[in-house]
Design a protein. Structure first.
Length: 486
């Protein structure tokens, strides 16, 4: 029942907001998102005490002739992603309290609709259902970017839509191919374990083909070099809340999919082509880090930084060892929190000063010391300083990639060094020194901004100092995947 609640509540809330014209849409969206977070915490509690509970799974026939089921369950991996989603959505809504959006009801309804689809992706155990939720998540963010985005939003959003839809079709072809190779008592099946068995029964060549069909879909969504070109413009032109949804949660669909679906489906394909995919991921790390160092717009810098971080996560997953996959899971959680915090900071700076161009800013610390401290905490989490949430995953990732290849790990480790360079330099330029433009002022933070930043900073510290509870679940999830691989 908890799985259906996690799907049903945001869907119901979204439909109510679409149908109503209430001026309190933002407050209603916040209430519904907090209720969803409480349900997610309840699911976490049930999972911790009784992982096999019937409350955590449901299996209903959807299309009997094609053997398609509404098969949802909560595993070690999915509970972490559900918690991340349900934790970030209220913060994303809170971050919008100082912005006014035309047709606010539709704006917040789309956010909740996207939350429903994201949660569905993380709980689906039916290949067709997984694809449906995957596509459903694209529709709300497309309209959020198209209707409330910045300049050239039509052209940029269209490119994003075509890229992701193109990749999704590849994935659908791969899943249909696997479905046609299933045989359960004479019937074809979309159930994930049956697809696993079908994938393992394929020849090396067939698995290689399926690997690329599915990996390309995930590589576009992450994104991994050279499938990344839609990302920087989309992140910069999307409204802040849209950028947060894209970077904080939506790209985790792809990394989650790579762990739960790609690795166990075609292990021989991963063995054959994983090295090529890792090399592409590491090229993306170096490329995006160097491009980030040359950026003048802080929001665009964060966009390229995200490509670098996700490149390391992708490399860790494809290394297919305990440290690599476990580090990827931990870094998915840390990156989700940190990147939402950084985009909120970029939005706050823009609202207060009217610019995101770093060379025009300076001396903000002397105008608002509290903001500079909160900014620094989130930044240190992003550059993986020990005792912050970013360190645990990054350490395990580099360890896992090193076990795979010391040479590749050397280049992958540049994400830490170069990340520190461009992030600390950006902080120094904007926060420290003297004010460069006397017309630019930076007043007190609005209450909603302060609360959101304080929560994010607290998470950065708490799960950096004491990552044990999350790391234990991530370790369990990794062992489950490796057991399937072996």
């Amino acid at each position: 029942m908890l799985t259906l609640l996690l799907i049903g509540l945001p869907l119901l809330a979204s439909l109510l907001l679409f149908a109503s014209k209430t001026p309190a849409a933002r407050n209603l969206a916040m209430i519904f998102s907090l209720a969803e977070f409480v349900i997610a915490l309840g699911a976490w509690y049930v999972f911790s005490t009784n992982p096999g509970s019937s409350l955590l799974q449901v299996n209903l026939t959807w299309v009997e002739s094609l053997n398609i089921h509404v098969n949802l369950s909560i595993s070690a991996l999915s509970i972490l992603m559900v918690l991340l989603t349900c934790f970030l959505v209220p913060l994303i809504i809170l971050s919008s309290f100082q912005s006014e959006y035309e047709n606010a009801n539709s704006f917040y309804a789309l956010i909740l609709l996207m939350q429903m689809a994201l949660v569905g992706v993380f709980m689906a155990n039916d290949g067709f259902l997984f694809y449906v939720f995957w596509e459903l998540a694209l529709i709300p963010i497309y309209f959020i970017c198209l209707l409330w985005g910045g300049e050239n939003r039509g052209k940029i959003t269209f490119k994003f839509f075509v890229y992701t839809l193109f990749g999704s079709l590849f994935m659908l072809i791969g899943l249909i191919y696997l479905y046609n190779h299933t045989n359960v008592e004479g019937l074809k099946s979309w159930y994930i374990n049956d697809l696993y068995n079908a994938g393992r029964s394929l020849t090396d060549t067939q698995q290689s083909a399926v690997f690329w069909l599915i990996f390309i879909a995930f590589a576009i969504k992450m994104p991994v070099f050279p499938f990344h070109t839609w990302q920087p413009d989309t992140y910069v032109n999307a409204p802040t809340q849209g950028t947060m949804l894209l970077s904080g949660i939506m790209l985790k669909m792809a990394t989650f999919g790579a762990i739960k679906w790609l690795l166990p489906l075609v292990p021989l394909g991963v063995q054959e082509w994983g090295n090529t995919a890792i090399v592409l991921s590491v090229i993306g790390i170096v490329y995006a880090s160097l491009i980030a160092m040359a950026q003048k717009d802080f929001k665009r810098l964060i966009a390229y930084s995200s490509i670098a971080h996700v490149g390391l996560i992708s490399a860790g997953i494809l290394s297919a060892n305990q440290q690599g996959i476990q580090g990827a899971i931990m870094q998915m959680l840390a990156h989700g929190v940190n990147v939402v915090g950084l985009f909120l900071i970029a939005d706050i700076i823009f609202r207060h000063t009217g610019t995101r161009e770093m060379s025009k800013l300076g001396g903000i610390r002397s105008m608002n010391g509290n903001f500079s401290v909160l900014f620094l905490i989130v930044l240190l989490g992003s550059v993986a300083l020990p005792l912050t949430n970013g360190f645990v995953g990054e350490f395990l990732l580099i360890n896992g990639v090193y076990q795979y290849s010391a040479l590749i790990a050397t280049f992958a480790g540049l994400t830490v060094i170069l990340g520190a360079v461009y992030m600390l330099r950006a902080y120094q330029t904007m926060m420290l020194g003297e004010r460069r433009d006397s017309n630019i002022t930076f007043g007190s933070l609005h209450k909603s901004d302060k609360v959101a930043l304080m929560i994010i900073a607290l998470v950065v510290i708490v799960f950096g100092v004491y990552p044990g509870p999350l790391n234990a679940i991530a370790e369990q999830a990794t062992k489950e995947i490796l057991m399937l691989l072996n």
